[in-house]
Design a protein around this ligand. Structure first.
Ligand code: UD1
Length: 422
């Protein structure tokens, strides 16, 4: 397993290119299952989660060809030969469950293992199941697998979700494109990745309105055709690198960044005293001199503050002036980074879904361990401001969601190095 070493205290200056969104790509890729014509995705991120989804799709008989170093993915499902998503692949990544809706819609049958993924709470599948059952599917749980059947095809319905789950909205949206009649998703998730999925499905011939609002309407069609689609910018990678100069000092322009993708997060940074400027090429973030101020954060479904930026925000607040309270409302058990940050001298108290952070002037380097994807990057961010050399071990989580983090931060002046196989 690789490790990353960071020597803190160097201000940053320069530009960082923000990749296409992992979470968008992970739902756009299974969309290929809906059609027997090719789907081409451009601006794809180069991440191990994308490779896991490729392996899963290939295990179903789909073709996945990475082109241009992986930035383009050429997908085709004309030769599907399986409807079973095996535990050995699914356990590596929860987003594997996104093959359920499209397989069911196209093949009338799917067997999908219950997922694993980040250890950040229970993460059940009940909303996905209830939603697909509302379209007429019969779903049973046997031996850790969901067995889903719709032999006569799916039928449109009005489907209220008990919570605006991102994955359930995506599964239902994909399934509804080939269902008979009209489906209305009420309390749909509104994340930019949903809007991106809908745009891709429309390019494939689907009839969808309302994506990005809480009410999505889908008019089922008989078949979808091929398309080429550009993956939206990764707002979580964007937010992560926006925090780097806030923590280390200096200024970084995040190329491809758009404020509308991270509005609630950007508002919080400004409240903390950070300068953010939308430039022609992206978002410029600046902190010269003064420490950022403490701010309170509550994670919520989009357009609220994203849970996937909570750990990174906490890393920043560790050295802010004053006391901040972070409330995690999406996932229980998502403060695993707190004990690691405490090892670096942070003053944090966790009580259930709340963390209180008393800002200190400086963190100190320590050996720390990455526990999940966003937690691992939060430790690297914290290390940018720590005194001495921080050793972050078990960074394989990081490679699930961040391409070449050491190159991107190194290029703007951070002292960061990856050591292989440590
Ligand atoms: C997606 C993102 C993930 C992000 C999360 C919330 C992908 C690949 N992953 O995950 O990075 O952190 O959105 O923004 O896009 N829940 C249920 N029952 C269900 C489904 C979900 O109770 O059937 C609960 C979960 O346990 C969790 C909450 O709903 O507490 C949010 O989950 P959801 O929005 O479904 O997240 P994911 O789609 O898994």
């Amino acid at each position: 397993m690789d490790s990353i070493y960071v020597t803190g205290g160097r201000p940053l200056k320069g530009q960082i290119h923000i990749a296409g969104a992992k979470n968008a790509a992970l739902t756009l890729m299974p969309a290929t299952l809906l059609s027997d014509e090719p789907l081409t995705l451009t601006n794809a991120p180069r991440l191990s989660d994308i490779r896991t989804m490729s392996v899963l799709l290939q295990s179903l008989g789909a073709e996945v060809q990475p082109l241009q170093g992986g930035q383009v993915l050429a997908l085709s499902s004309h030769g599907l030969n399986s409807t079973r998503a095996d535990y050995e692949i699914v356990r590596k990544m929860r987003a594997s469950n996104l093959v359920l809706g499209p397989l069911l819609a196209r093949e009338g049958h799917a067997v999908v293992s219950l997922p694993g993924g980040c250890a950040i709470g229970a993460r059940p599948m009940d909303i996905h199941i209830t939603a697909l059952e509302a379209l007429g599917a019969k779903i049973e749980l046997k031996d850790g697998y969901l067995h889903a059947d719709a032999p006569k095809g799916l039928k449109g319905a009005v489907v209220p979700l008990r919570f605006a789950s991102v994955g359930a909205t995506e599964n239902l949206l994909m399934a509804a494109t080939l269902a008979k009649g009209t489906t209305v998703i009420e309390n749909a998730a509104r994340e930019p990745e949903i809007v991106d999925l809908a745009a891709c499905l429309v390019a494939m011939g689907a009839q969808i309105s309302g994506a990005g609002t809480s009410r999505i309407e889908v008019q089922g069609v008989d078949r979808l055709h091929g398309a080429t689609h550009r993956v939206v910018t990764d707002r979580i990678e964007l937010g992560t690198y926006m925090l780097a100069p806030v923590i280390a000092g200096g200024e970084v322009e995040c190329l491809g960044g758009r404020r509308d993708l991270v509005a609630s997060f950007a508002d919080k940074l400004e409240e903390a005293g950070v300068d953010i400027v939308q430039t022609a090429a992206g978002l410029l973030v600046r902190r010269n001199g003064e420490r950022p101020r403490a701010v309170d954060v509550v994670t919520e479904p989009y357009p609220g503050f994203p849970t996937d930026l909570q750990a990174q925000m906490m890393a920043m607040l560790c050295t802010a002036e004053g006391t901040s309270v972070l409330e995690e409302r999406i996932f229980e058990n998502r403060f695993m980074h707190a004990p690691e940050l405490i090892r670096m001298g942070a003053q944090i108290e966790v009580h259930g879904g709340h963390a209180t952070v008393h800002g200190v002037k400086r963190l100190r380097a320590a050996p720390v361990m990455a526990t999940d994807l966003r937690a691992s990057v939060s430790l690297i961010l914290a290390a940018l401001a720590a005194e001495g050399e921080t050793h972050v071990s078990r960074v394989y989580h990081l490679d699930r969601g961040y391409e070449h983090v050491e190159d991107k931060l190194g290029a703007v002046g951070a002292a960061i190095e990856r050591v292989k196989g440590e």
